[in-house]
Design a protein around this ligand. Structure first.
Ligand code: SF4
Length: 375
């Protein structure tokens, strides 16, 4: 495809035009897509609305497991046989200590996640006290993922100072019943609308690689555009052992990047987050994901560990980006001592003779054997 095709994509996205489905399909699956030009187009949009800044999120899994829902992708669901650690809601001290740690680690946002269909009014009121305390103590944005919520309960959290509420769409309306049967896509939309009615920003994302079609990926992106989602975490399915969905389907590093570009082009002003599966599926192309996306999770996901935090921070800096935080990226990296010259020198290993002349070694062995045979 010609350079002008990519320039047009960026222009249309920036001017607010909804790029037609046929073109988006080509972007996702076309054989002649030039990945670097596509990334450049997505980056033009990203830079226009979000600069070269990365927002770091840190998740806190407030309670783990024991969920009565049957989301087939989730290690905490009633149909999961995944070997995870299950526990009831953490103590207030633990939750606040983790908020402090998130703030000190450079996080822009602290995300508190509950398992379960929804939370009781008592739990929401408890959560409101926690939100108020955290917001008073630390200059950090707070997001809560409580499951389904009513407008009234969302209002309680909003009044306590909550910034954002997360409830993922996960996939398209069409495919939803294939990944969950205990609640519906329409109920998910209702929760997002209730949060918006209460004045909260909404965070709602997808999981790609669960067997959906490319049209499902496009439908979900368009649905989020229609909802004016403020934040869109794009997860790439992680096939944890014991889940009903056994494999991640169709995910290559290039396809993951194309998906991120599509989400940026269709949602130009949104915070697009490279979420779960970043390290696992993007592999050596991970840093390129920062061109369409402007946000990521540090320190892993709900039940899956992420890469070493220093490696992620260095990746952000090496790719020419910075972070939105009260802490400077260089200071966070230097604080851990990984940039000291003596440490760097320790990581440089001089090759020994076996590594320098591996063939010579096996030849020696061979000729020794022959000599023994002759004797
Ligand atoms: S409702 Fe949430 S915690 Fe429960 S199974 Fe679904 S995704 Fe997992």
């Amino acid at each position: 495809m010609r350079r002008s095709f990519y320039q047009q994509l960026a222009q249309d996205s920036i001017s607010g035009k909804e790029i037609p489905r046929g073109i988006i399909r080509r972007v996702l699956t076309g054989e002649r897509v030039n990945l670097l030009r596509l990334l450049d187009a997505a980056f033009e949009v990203r830079e226009k609305f979000t600069g070269r800044v990365v927002k770091i999120h840190i998740l806190n899994n407030l309670q783990n497991g024991h969920c009565p829902e049957d989301c087939h992708y989730c290690a905490q669901s009633k149909v999961s046989a995944a070997d995870i650690s299950r526990y009831p809601m953490k103590s207030d001290e633990e939750i606040i200590a983790e908020a402090k740690n998130a703030y000190r680690s450079g996080a822009f946002r602290y995300c508190m996640v509950f398992s379960g269909r929804c939370q009781s009014r008592k739990r929401i009121e408890h959560l409101a006290v926690l939100v108020r305390t955290i917001k008073k103590k630390y200059p950090i944005e707070v997001c809560v993922s409580p499951g389904r919520i009513s407008r009234e309960d969302a209002l309680i959290l909003k009044k306590a100072g909550l910034d954002r509420l997360n409830h993922n769409l996960n996939t398209s309306r069409r495919y939803y019943s294939r990944i969950c049967t205990t609640h519906t896509y329409a109920e998910r939309i209702q929760t997002l609308r209730a949060a918006q009615d209460a004045g909260l920003q909404i965070c709602s994302g997808v999981i790609v690689g669960m067997g959906e079609t490319t049209d499902d990926v496009i439908d979900a992106a368009r649905a989020l555009r229609k909802l004016h989602a403020d934040s869109i975490p794009v997860n790439f399915f992680l096939p944890i052992r014991g889940l009903p969905i056994k494999d991640a389907r169709g995910l290559t590093p290039e396809y993951c990047l194309r998906v991120l570009c599509v989400y940026r082009l269709l949602n130009p002003r949104a915070e697009i987050r490279i979420a779960a599966g970043r390290e696992f599926h993007l592999r050596s192309l991970e840093a390129l994901a920062l061109y369409p996306a402007n946000s990521l999770f540090l320190d892993g996901y709900l039940n899956v560990a992420g890469e070493d935090r220093m490696r992620t921070l260095r990746m952000i800096r090496d790719a020419g980006f910075t972070i939105q935080s009260e802490h400077k990226l260089d200071e966070l990296i230097n604080k851990n001592g990984t940039e000291l010259p003596e440490n760097a020198a320790n990581r440089i290993v001089v090759k020994n003779l076996n590594k320098l002349r591996p063939a010579e070694k096996s030849q020696n062995k061979h000729s020794k054997k022959n000599r023994n045979r002759i004797k």
